[in-house]
Design a protein around this ligand. Sequence first.
Ligand code: HEC
Length: 140
Amino acid sequence: MQSRLEISLCRWPRTVACVGALTLLLSAPFSLAQQQGGDDAGHQAFNNSCRTCHSVKDGDNRLGPNLHGIVGRKAGSLPDYNYSPSMKDAGFVWDQDKLSHFLAKPEEVVSGNKMQPYGGISKDEATRVIAYLQSAAQQR
Ligand code: HEC
């Protein structure tokens, strides 16, 4: 009789605890990746929309300038890349807002730039790409 009581009392809390632990296990790596900005979505978006022309490796210029540490870098400032005159003279530092706007509509931010052909991406997509660019800069 006593053991029966124990079983019926313990089954519930145990189930709840078990589901709780499982949820935690499943969500922890995901939120960690998001915090670091190194989530797959951002990397994927970069690969899809930028990698044809850009690398995140310092010194590795391709058709476009390398994007190593781009957040906080002055626009058009790499000495070994041949920018358009408008990018060279842009005269601002890339922050998240500038980048997000530029990635959606390059022409509105630096008119006469030569980042082409480039169709633009959504602000949401841009946010993910920027998070990836920031996390990539910290890794090197
Ligand atoms: C078709 C090739 C191409 C694609 C695709 C492309 N870019 Fe560019 N990007 C360029 C070129 C070329 C420049 C140099 C523009 C200039 O000098 O006017 C540039 C310049 C830039 C700059 C300014 C860099 C600096 O040093 O000031 C940033 C930031 C940038 N691109 C980010 C991106 C991101 C992020 C993506 C993807 C969402 C992307 N680009 C996709 C070719 C490309």
